[in-house]
Design a protein around this ligand. Structure first.
Ligand code: IMP
Length: 457
């Protein structure tokens, strides 16, 4: 039995919290794409854990696996593992030998390319080197985790890649030998650092043949949970290209990115995580946007009326909408239902979890972007190009707001204890997306989740 968790929007839907709740019954939590661009926060016994690479399930003693579809920065991997150990935990983390390693030059090139692209084209990346690492993977010049375990192979890979990275950096008029890069473009420096990571991975028995490892765990009766990072509209194929990440957060990638067959993933549950409003980090259109964030909202985008600006600030502060990885304020807006219908089609959800319902509490009226209007035509899902999406005007539906209540008590009592108007909002979503609500997040901690149905049962 598997459960796959996928973001339906633009990341930051609160997947970590739901993985935490539904992961309770899992034995293994697997990431199948992305790298240390995925900030997730888990609150465990009153303590907050911020992780960006290691699957959050390890905080609860699950085996965490970084699948072959991930890009792994070994420095971050060990920083996170060491930080958990310092807090008294014994994290069990495995890394696919087929996963690609992020090297320091990837991070440098990520930043340089973003700067060269300028405001119009830059995706507003997290600067973690994600895109350049996937580029090298596709270009067959990447360094895989398995390569770190074999010094001779590592050297051969670096000797091919590094001179090309140097020339690439020079094409941006940047000196690869500048002190600030600390040897990021030097074969010997990289070889020593990455060989040492390889030794540690081997010593700690972390490297796995991912598909084979997961098949064995499954055969032994273990339950697997697949944790998608980012969200459907950030998917390189199905998102708002080019303002996307360089991998596939969508459910199909759970198979490709872990080596588990698609019939296994499809035979399990696929749960879409929805935030009750929308947020975005970085550039690109956002038809339901409230307010304007300098450097991120495109010119002419966002509702800049004083009421909308106030609402945006309210939602941002109440919802803690500041990047986990970067600390940047996130752009926010009303729920975008065409975006969700698109996500439902791409992922085939069997269930939904709706987060941050408490953030909207206390508002007199809650709006949703029910459809778009473009060239006098009504659209119910996102159009395929970002330019077309940018031309869409949202048409709104209004719901009566719900009061702020004792959410922990509501979570304990169950779904029927939710305010009536909040339930009407959820039922609208179920009807539009053709999937039932399995859980409702009404606060940051695990105790503040209304569990309607377990995907494992
Ligand atoms: P990258 O993944 O660092 O290459 O960034 C590409 C785009 O994805 C940028 O718009 C980022 O802001 C966005 N992004 C990447 N990871 C996350 C995430 O975990 N939450 C929200 N946005 C993200």
């Amino acid at each position: 039995m598997t459960v796959t968790i996928v973001g339906t929007q633009l990341g930051d839907e609160g997947k970590g919290g739901i993985v935490d709740v539904f992961g309770e019954a899992a034995d293994v939590v697997v990431r199948y794409q992305g790298g240390d661009n995925a900030g997730h926060t888990v609150v465990h016994e009153g303590e907050e854990y911020k992780l960006s690479l290691v699957p959050s399930g390890v905080v609860r003693g699950k085996t965490g696996v970084l699948g072959n579809g991930c890009v792994v920065n070994p420095a971050t991997l060990f920083e996170e593992i060491d930080a958990l150990r310092e807090r008294g935990m014994g994290p069990d983390v495995r890394v696919a030998e087929r996963a690609h390693a992020i090297l320091p030059y990837h991070r440098v090139l990520d930043g340089v390319e973003e700067e060269a692209k300028g405001d119009d084209l830059a995706a507003g990346t997290t600067g973690r080197g994600i895109g350049p690492t996937y580029e090298d993977k596709a270009g067959r010049r990447g360094v895989r985790i398995g390569d770190l375990l074999d010094p001779q192979v590592l050297r051969t890979r670096l000797e091919y890649a590094v001179p090309r990275k140097r020339r690439l950096l020079e094409s941006f008029d940047v000196d690869p030998d500048a002190d600030r890069f600390e040897g990021a473009f030097d074969v010997e420096t990289l070889y020593e650092e990455y060989r040492a990571y390889g030794e540690r991975i081997a010593e700690e028995g972390m490297a796995v043949d991912c598909g084979e490892f997961l098949a064995r765990r499954r055969a032994g009766g273990d339950r697997l949970m697949f944790e998608g990072a980012q969200g459907t509209s950030l998917d390189i194929d199905h998102g708002s290209y080019p303002y996307v990440t360089s991998s596939n957060p969508t459910a199909g990638a759970a198979a490709v990115g872990s080596g588990v067959g698609p019939t296994v993933i499809g035979g399990g549950e696929v749960v879409g995580i929805v935030k009750a409003y929308v947020s975005r980090v970085g550039t690109g259109p956002l038809p339901t946007e409230l307010g304007f964030v300098e450097g991120q909202t495109p010119e002419g985008g966002g509702d800049t009326s004083p009421e909308a600006e106030d609402l945006a600030t309210y939602i941002r502060d109440e919802g803690g909408e500041y990047g986990t990885v970067t600390g940047r304020p996130r752009r926010v807006g009303w729920l975008d239902v065409p975006m969700l219908r698109h996500a439902a089609g791409v992922n085939g959800f069997t269930g939904l979890a709706v987060n941050h319902l408490d953030t909207l509490a206390g508002l007199e009226t809650v709006k949703v972007g029910h459809a778009y209007e473009r060239d006098g035509e009504e659209l119910l899902t996102m159009p395929p190009t970002t330019e077309q999406w940018g031309e869409c005007e949202a048409t709104f539906r209004e719901f009566d707001g719900w009061p702020d209540v004792d959410w922990e008590a509501v979570a304990e009592e169950g779904y029927d204890a939710l305010p009536t108007n909040a339930r009407a909002y959820l039922e609208y979503l179920e009807a539009e997306l053709g999937a039932s609500v399995y859980a409702v997040g009404v606060g940051p901690s695990r105790e503040e989740t209304v569990v309607v149905e377990s995907p494992w049962e």
